[in-house]
Design a protein around this ligand. Structure first.
Ligand code: GLU
Length: 478
């Protein structure tokens, strides 16, 4: 096989959709499996849809997923620049060639009769002399590619086999602002960057015949083309779209839309491990056969075969994404979870009271079976890390004085462990009020009537912190 060089070619028009990450993943796996190169090319010729920050987002997302790029913007590589907006000079040469060989033509905007036009009326193909005059006179033009004279163009997709094309549109290849369109730049770059396999989404199937025509016009060898199946929404009706976004993340990382100020959570912010995210994605359109479902990126590289990519669309299943995360969560060591837990606490600006690692481990031990996310552990045990914020719901008058007496008992206790605290409280003469006093104790320490065993909580947060919370609570109620 020819030296494998594949590319991921996103347009920086916003956050990456999970389908794009799947495209990147399949390209990456195929490259690594065949000791080839994985190239990142930024297709930023459509300036009207360009979003600042999107390129950075793409790079960060690939990094988070662990899909290391071999060549790309701001990296060394022999086939750069890897940003299309920096390649305009390169494209010019090819446009000239197409025009000179009658494979493309100037199409001018017809000034009059603007209304009631169709595309053919709006743009005209005219002779050279006239063309020259029009250009001199500053009449707006685009360059269109010419439909080949031959009919029944044969194109071949790796998954779909041969497709015969009998009609084509004369698409614009150079826009009126002088920038090339996707159709042209994409083909030129794939050729110049020596791309061996073009693996992209099914949504690009419609421009596939134009791609092939251009290869023919340039007398270039066509790479192998493979169009990936669509990812459908959980009900299997249509592509997963932004409309579904509030129910589950569809972007790898969070994104803030500057225009609408709408914030979108990504998989990262929702507490997913990148390994779980990739493992979920790889199965949306590929299957190695068998029942094994958990594969690390390294495993995937060794078993990935493009022949195993499905032709039919895949249905996205959010529950399955959670399932994968849960599997990866359970595989983490205590040390790893501890590290992530502390990192997340720091991120939330929670400077945990001095909890010893051994206690942290106890907390993890309690919850590991029930949770699939670090966030879940923190949300369920937030009271270990910060004292509850007081508000009206904390206002209790009844039995507060009696509850007050607990302070002295706590103060006098030297050995502050579960057993001692438990016997201490059990010994207290609280007659009928025991239940209500215990409730107040829980509310002052935890902030609600929920949570783990109270004596366990007290023993972990310690004497000082317990007393601090109880006093704060009593002061609020008195
Ligand atoms: N720039 C196209 C996109 O935004 C790339 C399509 C392709 O891979 O050729 O997805």
């Amino acid at each position: 096989m020819k030296k494998v060089r594949v590319r991921f070619a996103p347009s920086p028009t916003g956050p990456l959709h999970l389908g794009s990450i799947r495209t990147a993943l399949y390209n990456f796996l195929f490259a690594k499996k065949n000791k080839g190169k994985f190239i990142l090319r930024i297709e930023d010729t459509d300036r009207s849809r360009y979003k600042s920050g999107a390129e950075n987002y793409i790079i960060k997302s690939l990094k988070w997923c662990g899909l290391t790029v071999d060549e790309g913007p701001a990296m060394k590589g022999n086939y750069g620049p890897y940003r299309q907006s920096e390649r305009y000079e390169i494209y010019k040469k090819y446009i000239k060639y197409l025009l000179a060989n009658d494979f493309a033509y100037y199409a001018f905007e017809k000034k009059k009769k603007k209304r009631n036009y169709n595309r053919k009326k709006l743009y005209l193909n005219i002779s050279n002399e006239k063309t020259f005059k029009k250009i001199i006179n500053g009449i707006v033009f685009v360059i269109r590619f010419k439909i080949p004279k031959f009919f029944g163009l044969k194109i071949k997709d790796f998954l779909r086999g041969k497709i015969i094309i009998n009609s084509l549109d004369e698409k614009i290849i150079l826009k009126s602002d002088g920038t090339p369109t996707y159709h042209l730049a994409n083909v030129i770059d794939d050729h110049l960057m020596k791309i061996s396999h073009v693996i992209k989404g099914e949504e690009w199937l419609s421009s596939f015949p134009i791609n092939i025509c251009l290869y023919k016009y340039f007398y270039w060898i066509t790479p192998i083309f493979l169009h990936l199946p669509l990812i459908l929404n959980p009900l299997g009706q249509g592509k997963i779209s932004k409309r579904k976004i509030l129910k589950f993340p569809i972007f790898p990382l969070g994104w803030k839309d500057k225009k609408t100020s709408q914030k979108y959570k990504g998989y990262r912010e929702s507490g997913y491990f990148p390994e779980a995210f990739l493992n979920m994605l790889v199965f949306l359109g590929w299957n190695p056969g068998g029942t094994k479902e958990i594969f690390s990126l390294k495993n995937l590289i060794s078993i990935f075969q493009i022949e195993d990519i499905n032709i039919s669309s895949a249905k996205f299943n959010f529950k399955k994404a959670e399932w994968f995360n849960c599997k990866y969560f359970k595989k983490k060591t205590y040390k790893e979870i501890l590290f992530l837990l502390k990192k997340e606490l720091k991120k939330r600006n929670i400077f945990y009271i001095k909890i010893k690692n051994i206690f942290f481990l106890k907390i993890i031990n309690f919850l590991i079976k029930k949770c699939s996310f670090i966030n879940e552990i923190i949300n369920q045990t937030i009271y270990f890390f910060k004292s509850p914020d007081l508000n009206e719901k904390f206002f209790f008058k009844k039995n507060i004085k009696r509850f007050h007496s607990l302070i002295w008992i706590f103060l006098n206790e030297k050995k502050f462990n579960i057993l001692n605290i438990k016997t201490l409280i059990q010994k207290l003469d609280l007659d009928q009020k025991r239940y209500s006093i215990m409730q107040l104790l829980r509310i002052s320490l935890v902030g609600s009537l929920k949570g783990l065993d109270l004596f366990f909580i007290i023993s972990i947060i310690g004497k000082k912190e317990s007393l601090k919370r109880i006093i704060k609570f009593i002061n609020y109620c008195l």
